[in-house]
Every structure is written in structure tokens, then in C-alpha cells.
Design a protein around this ligand. Structure first.
Ligand code: BES
Ligand code: MN
Ligand code: ZN
Length: 482
């Protein structure tokens, strides 16, 4: 694990393998001025000659800079100072760090603006962790030590905690499904809870049956691996404060069941526990930061497979909250898992509930690869979440929840069916299904089928699990109940 230390040593005197320095295109920072003085304005000349424009995420490496003690100076653009934001800070720091991470470096010195420093530090931590967790020799390495030119220890510490929580989320998503399945995911959550400081209760298949979680069990019954449900409790505030409930879809592998997915669509389906990973990652960050808030996380963990015992099309399942559900497609399994978990959450009396799920391909069609769909029965809760997400720069967009969509999930045999009539509006009919299980509790559903995962690496983060909405949840938890 990288050690982050603040330092007051000047950019000219610091003895490091590499200096990373963030540059605005239109304004000098104190350290940029110092670099100019000590190097005959080398960087100024580069900028005047158009060799470095300091556009956001532009990275330029200068070896053996005369006038500096360090062996290399990595310039990274921050764009125009008026546009500087948490997202730009995170990506710029990440872009610089990721270009360096191919080598094992002992000591990196980091010179960035004080503004958004937390996000920049998180950006370094995230950029230096790859998805190649099972490669004999990893190609993305974390730095041993980072000296951060700042006196703000608290911001640096927070950035490190949040970055590690994002990586914890990504790591869970990136684990292959033969290694990470309901029992082992539950074990990981217990370990994370012990080290971060929150309680984890695990329901096994026997307890799930006695708790009448029959729609969750229906999905699980095709697998030899038994299901689990997690309840993770963090009490940072007194009993009179409201409790934020977080719910996560934890399908550790989604084959589609008898409505089998084609190979191409199945390959990435280890990511189908991305909602649970977001909830676990957020719990880790919130507990390590000791935020003054009460949060309970609930995750339903199952594997959706085919076998002689798997659930079938036409089956009718009696859900935990009493509604009967006719199965029209075994690949619409996430909503069945969430139905029971949401019921547990709302019956336990959480004041608000936000669920995260890689729920529908339709959400990808509607909003693309990087934007989450928001669906709610409570505009205030949705607005709170959306503004937290906007502040940290995570894309989301609210979708309609008008009664017409609810008509589509009526069944001829049971109370409801587990898909709409045809594929149109599939993300919304899925949300309408979930709404049946939250009673009057203010609820927000976040469909993260796009942002949970990326097939391709970006300049500031490797491909695979993206750790989405951990930062938003930290922001939301800070504001919650205020
Ligand atoms: N896990 C998938 C959704 C998904 C697709 C997530 C692509 C990430 C990337 C979900 O369980 C699913 O299969 N949904 C079906 C529902 C349909 C059968 C009503 C879908 O979206 O096709
Ligand atoms: Mn599915
Ligand atoms: Zn799924």
C-alpha cells in the first residue's frame, strides 16, 4: 500500500524519483513559479512553443531536468483554472500517475493545487491499481511513497481512504467468478468490515429460507454455490438520526439461466455484482472516515446458472413481501434478488433506501456506457443524490416512472411478471418492478449497468471494474440528514 506523506520541501529541493506537477493553462501556481525560477523557465518555453498546452489530462515527461533534484518531471495539464473541478483533478492526477505506474517507483513527489486535492490523491490511488490481479507480474504498480506538497494532512488522508475504497470495489468486481462467488464475496465483506469498522451479518441459505426470501432463492437454486445475504451496519450518529439504507445487486455470475445469454454477452457477467461492490466500497470509505451518519448496507449474493434444479420460465414465486411473481425471463434475475432484499431493508425501518444494480442492458442503450439511470418514488432523495453525483463528476440521469410503465409488468397468472411486454423501456419496467417492493419508503434505484464496468482502459484508470458511485456515496453520506 502506498504511503502518503505531506511535505513542505520545495519543488527544487525535493529528492524523489519523479515529480508530478499539475499546470493550469492560464495561471501559475506557486510551485510552477518556483520551477520556472529554478529551470530558466524551461516549462514556460515549452508552453510558448506549443509543446505543452496544459489541457486537461495532457501528460509530458521531462527526464533529468536541470535545476531540479528529481530525476524526472512529469507535467500534467489541469485545463483552465475556472473549470477546475474534482473530476478534472482526479483524472489529471490519475493520468500522470498511470503513465508512471508501469515501473516500480519508490518515491514520487506530488505538486498540485490545494483545491480538490482529495480527489487528486484518490486519482493517484485508483490509477495505480490495475485489473491484472492474477497476472504473475502485474503491469500497473503502486508507488512506494508519495510526498504531497501540502500541509493539509486531513485532505490527503481522505483522498487515500476514498481511493482505496474505490479500489476495493473494483477489486471485487475484477475477481473471476470461480474465485468470487456468494460465500467468498460474503467472506470478503466480513474482512473489510473488520478492518474498516462496521458490523457484517451474513444470512446463509437456511436463514434466507426461514426469512422467506423466495425470489432470491429461486434465482440461486440453479447453482451448486449457496446464496448469501449481507447486512452491514455502521452507526456514526446517535439513534435519533435517520438511517440511510444501501442495497446492492450481487449476482456473482449471470449466465442468464434458461434464458441463456449468448457467449459474447455472458463473458463480462462477473461484473453483475457491481452494485454489491459499490455498497461494500462505500461502507468501507464511510466507516474509515468515521462520518457522523447511520448507514446499513444490504446485498443479495447469488449466482444465476442452469441446472436440473434451476428456476424456469412460467414458474410463479411467492416473494417475501407477499406479491406473486411469474417468471417470463430467467435473465431478468437481478430484480428478483433485489425484491426480497429491498423488502428486508424497508421492513428493518431504514428511512431512505438507495439501490445499486447492473440491472438492464436497456439502460446501456438509453444512456450509454458511463451514465447511470436514476429511478425514484421520492424526488427529494433523487435530487440529493443527483447533486452529490454532479459535484464529484459521476454521470447520472433521471428516467420517468409514470404509471403506464407499471401496466407492462402485470401478469395473467400472478400479481406481476419479471419483465415488461417486449424490450422497449426495459430499464424503466425493471425499476417499476422494484418499486413494488419498497412500500412507502423513499427510494432511489441506480442502474449502473454502464458505469460499473469498462471494456477498455482509460488514460486515468484501467479497464474492468470502475468503482462507480463510491465517491458520490461519500458525498451523500456527508450531507445525509443535514
Ligand atoms: N445483468 C444483466 C444486465 C446487464 C447487461 C448488465 C449488460 C451489464 C451489462 C441483467 O441481469 C439482464 O440480463 N437483464 C436483461 C433483462 C431482460 C431479460 C428483461 C437485459 O437487460 O437484457
Ligand atoms: Mn440477467
Ligand atoms: Zn444480471
Amino acid at each position: 500500500m502506498t504511503e502518503f506523506l505531506t511535505t513542505t520541501i520545495s519543488v527544487l529541493d525535493i529528492d524523489a524519483d519523479v515529480i508530478i506537477a499539475g499546470y493550469f493553462s492560464d495561471q501559475q501556481t506557486p510551485y510552477a513559479a518556483a520551477i520556472s525560477e529554478g529551470t530558466d523557465d524551461f516549462v514556460g518555453n515549452l508552453m510558448n512553443n506549443g509543446d505543452f498546452d496544459a489541457n486537461a489530462n495532457e501528460v509530458l515527461t521531462l527526464p533529468y531536468p536541470t535545476g531540479l533534484k528529481a530525476n524526472r518531471l512529469v507535467l500534467v495539464g489541469l485545463g483552465e483554472s475556472k473549470d477546475y473541478s474534482p473530476l478534472i483533478a482526479m483524472r489529471a492526477a490519475g493520468s500522470a500517475a498511470k503513465t508512471l505506474a508501469s515501473k516500480k517507483l519508490d518515491h514520487v513527489a506530488f505538486f498540485f493545487p490545494e483545491e480538490n486535492l482529495t480527489d487528486a490523491i484518490s486519482g493517484i490511488v485508483v490509477a495505480c491499481q490495475g485489473q491484472d490481479i492474477l497476472r504473475s507480474e502485474v503491469k500497473i504498480n503502486a508507488f512506494e511513497k508519495v510526498s504531497v506538497a501540502s500541509e493539509n494532512d486531513a485532505d490527503v488522508r481522505e483522498g487515500h481512504i476514498v481511493g482505496r475504497a474505490i479500489n476495493a470495489c473494483r477489486n471485487l468486481v475484477n475477481q473471476p467468478p470461480n474465485i468470487l462467488y456468494p460465500e467468498t464475496l460474503a467472506e470478503s465483506a466480513v474482512e473489510i468490515g473488520e478492518s474498516a469498522g462496521f458490523d457484517v451479518e451474513v444470512w446463509d441459505e437456511v436463514r434466507l429460507a426461514s426469512e422467506e426470501c423466495r425470489t432470491l432463492l429461486a434465482v440461486a437454486q440453479g447453482s451448486d454455490r449457496p446464496p448469501r445475504m449481507l447486512t452491514m451496519k455502521y452507526n456514526g450518529a446517535d439513534e435519533t438520526s435517520p438511517t440511510l439504507g444501501l442495497v446492492g445487486k450481487g449476482v456473482t455470475f449471470d449466465s442468464g439461466g434458461y434464458s441463456l445469454k449468448p457467449s459474447d454477452g455472458m463473458f463480462d457477467m462477473k461484473c453483475d455484482m457491481g452494485g454489491a461492490a459499490t455498497v461494500i466500497g462505500a461502507m468501507q470509505a464511510i466507516a474509515e472516515l468515521k462520518l457522523p451518519v447511520n448507514v446499513i448496507g444490504y446485498c443479495g449474493l447469488v449466482e444465476n446458472l442452469v441446472s436440473g434444479n434451476a428456476f424456469k420460465l412460467g414458474d410463479v414465486i411467492h416473494s417475501r413481501n407477499g406479491k406473486t411473481v411469474e417468471i417470463h425471463n430467467t435473465d431478468a434475475e437481478g430484480r428478483l434478488v433485489l425484491a426480497d432484499v429491498l423488502d428486508v431493508a424497508v421492513k428493518n425501518g431504514v428511512d431512505h433506501v438507495v439501490d445499486f444494480a447492473t440491472l438492464t442492458g436497456a439502460c446501456l442503450v438509453a444512456l450509454g456506457l458511463d451514465c447511470a439511470g436514476l429511478f425514484t418514488n421520492d424526488q427529494d432523495l433523487c435530487d440529493q443524490f443527483k447533486s452529490a453525483a454532479d459535484e464529484v463528476g459521476e454521470d447520472s440521469w433521471q428516467m420517468p416512472m409514470t404509471p403506464n410503465f407499471g401496466e407492462q409488468i402485470k401478469s395473467n397468472v400472478a400479481d406481476i411478471k419479471n419483465m415488461g411486454s417486449g424490450r422497449w423501456g426495459g430499464a424503466i419496467t425493471a425499476a417499476k418492478f422494484l418499486e413494488e417492493f419498497v412500500a412507502d419508503t423513499p427510494w432511489l434505484h441506480v442502474d449502473i449497468a454502464g458505469p460499473a464496468w469498462s471494456d477498455n482502459a482509460k488514460k486515468w484508470i484501467d479497464g474492468g471494474g470502475q468503482g462507480c458511485f463510491v465517491r458520490t456515496l461519500v458525498k451523500l453520506a456527508k450531507q445525509y440528514g443535514k
